[in-house]
Unconditional design. Sequence first.
Length: 183
Amino acid sequence: MFEHASVDGSSACCAATCTAQRVEQVESSDEYEDDNEDDTNTEAEQTCTPHSVTTPPSNSSKRASSTSTTARSPSKRHKIRAVRAVSSSLIRHNEIQGDRNALIGKLFRERAEQEEAARNEHRLRVQRVYDLAEDIGVTLETTPELFRAVMALVKDDTHMELSFKATPVERRFMLEDYKTVKN
């Protein structure tokens, strides 16, 4: 593989102790960059002292492997107008879709809350019918026929409302009448 290759040592690398020095570097701004962006970047330049005197130092400079220097690299911008237009259009589209999805999620949550509130209200109304029936002495143990009428009464919202407005005597009459009609 390395047949007929000569090695002269100019590209040799040796282990060294490195110290980082801060250097200010100014990049040229092109016509597509915003004016309010910072044009200066700081990059760490390394000075190394070799451990061994016999191996010559490398002439190549190596970029720092730290994320602190790569995190400040300038944003990559597309210079072609069509690419920039499509890119900005896609960004706007993603923002609109995100807003749309958030709105739909909010509507589903509100609808679920309304349905749960309606179910809770119905449960409370049914419990109130059973409590009113118990107040007039209708229970499963004492009057099973009238209790069946109460169970049938809670299936109809109109009759439940009517039983709420009725007096205890009228309520008992409704249950006895409801018992004869349903059987």
